[in-house]
Structures are given as C-alpha cells and as structure tokens.
Design a protein around this ligand. Structure first.
Ligand SMILES: CC(C)(COP(=O)(O)OP(=O)(O)OC[C@H]1O[C@@H](n2cnc3c(N)ncnc32)[C@H](O)[C@@H]1OP(=O)(O)O)[C@@H](O)C(=O)NCCC(=O)NCCS
Length: 162
C-alpha cells in the first residue's frame, strides 16, 4: 500500500503550513461555527528517499455518539490532499495511519469515514486502507451546493488483526 520510494507521515497541525486542497467536497457554508471538543487535525507529510519532506495535505477527526456512554463513541475522519499528489496511494496510507493512531491512543473501537457516492477516488482509498463500506447515508451532508448522499465506511479495532 505504501507509495513507491516515499514515506507518508502525520505531523502536528500548523495553520501556517496547511496547504490549499481545493475540492468540491469541502465547500462548507458554516465554517465559522465554534468547533466541538473532540476534534483535531494532522498535516500529511511525505518524505522521499533523500530525506526531503513536503506537507501535501491534512487529515481531521471528530467524535460521533451513538449513545450517551463512551462505549457508543466513534471517531469520524476526513482527508484532503493537494492536487499534485493525488492518485499515488498517499490518501490510503494517511487514513490508515490516522485510524491506527486513534485506536492506539483512545478507548474508541470504531473509526468511521464517509464520502459522496460519486467520489470514487476516496472510496477506493478507504477500501485500500482496510475500511468496509456499510451503506448509503441518504442526504447526510449539506454543503454550499446542496445536500449529498454519502457512503458510510468503518474500520474497527478488530480489523487491525485481519
Ligand atoms: C480522496 C483522496 C484523499 C484520495 O487520496 P489519493 O492518494 O488520491 O488516493 P489513492 O491514490 O490512495 O487511491 C485512489 C484510488 O482511486 C482511484 N481514483 C482516483 N480518482 C478516481 C476517479 N475519479 N475515478 C475512479 N477512480 C479514481 C485511483 O486510481 C486509486 O485506485 P487504485 O486503488 O485502484 O490504485 C484525494 O484524492 C483527495 O484529496 N481528493 C480531494 C479531496 C477529497 O475528495 N477528500 C475526501 C472527501 S470525503
């Protein structure tokens, strides 16, 4: 799954280093609302064989609750890469790294991701990262261009052993 000759790593979030990752999937009308607790971001960094590193995108996570107790919590993750590096396997590795880090450092057993039913690239990236498609989330997301149907995906702690 690792892109040939490159190492992909997640490094601490820094607003000044955050690249522009233009995408029709990230046009949010209400981005200025207060962020809930349980939300975070990493930058995605790629290092070549000569040790040259470049920030190529970002990943994020927020908490989902399926009940009032911690046993019903899940992390939902998202990603955006700069256009120049898309389609080389970096998105798969970065999302797998984030899922493993969240499982390793928190009590949560379920990692989720969702993407537009039209976003074939992200669907392939999630499946290569080991996520399982669970079904269609009808009209789940409103963005500036209207409401969107999503495919829901999950990666469970038990999936680490598969
Ligand atoms: C989605 C995204 C994170 C995926 O990362 P990536 O590094 O480009 O993805 P990968 O190279 O790991 O895998 C992409 C796979 O989808 C395929 N793919 C990419 N775009 C495609 C398209 N438009 N149609 C069909 N397949 C496509 C690639 O060929 C590859 O297939 P493979 O596994 O058979 O080789 C990245 O493309 C991106 O940032 N896109 C814009 C933002 C976005 O859509 N974010 C997700 C919102 S939910």
């Amino acid at each position: 799954m690792t892109p040939k000759g490159l190492r992909v790593s997640l490094v601490p979030w820094d607003k000044d280093l955050s690249p522009d990752t233009p995408s029709p999937y990230e046009d949010w009308p209400d981005g200025d609302r207060e962020e809930p607790r349980g939300l975070g971001r990493y930058l995605v960094e790629v290092t070549d064989a000569a040790g040259i590193a470049a920030v190529v995108g970002m990943v994020s996570w927020h908490l989902e609750r399926y009940g009032p107790t911690p046993g019903s919590h899940a992390w939902n993750i998202g990603i955006g890469l700069i256009e120049a590096v898309r389609g080389h396997g970096i998105g798969s590795v970065a999302q797998r790294l984030l899922a493993e880090w969240l499982l390793d450092t928190t009590y949560v057993d379920r990692i989720e991701a969702s993407t537009d039913v039209e976003n074939i690239g992200e669907q392939r990236a999630l499946e290569r990262a080991g996520f399982t498609q669970e079904g269609v989330l009808r009209s789940a997301q409103e963005r500036a261009d209207g409401r969107h149907d999503l495919f829901g995906y999950s990666f469970l702690r038990d999936d680490l052993d598969v």
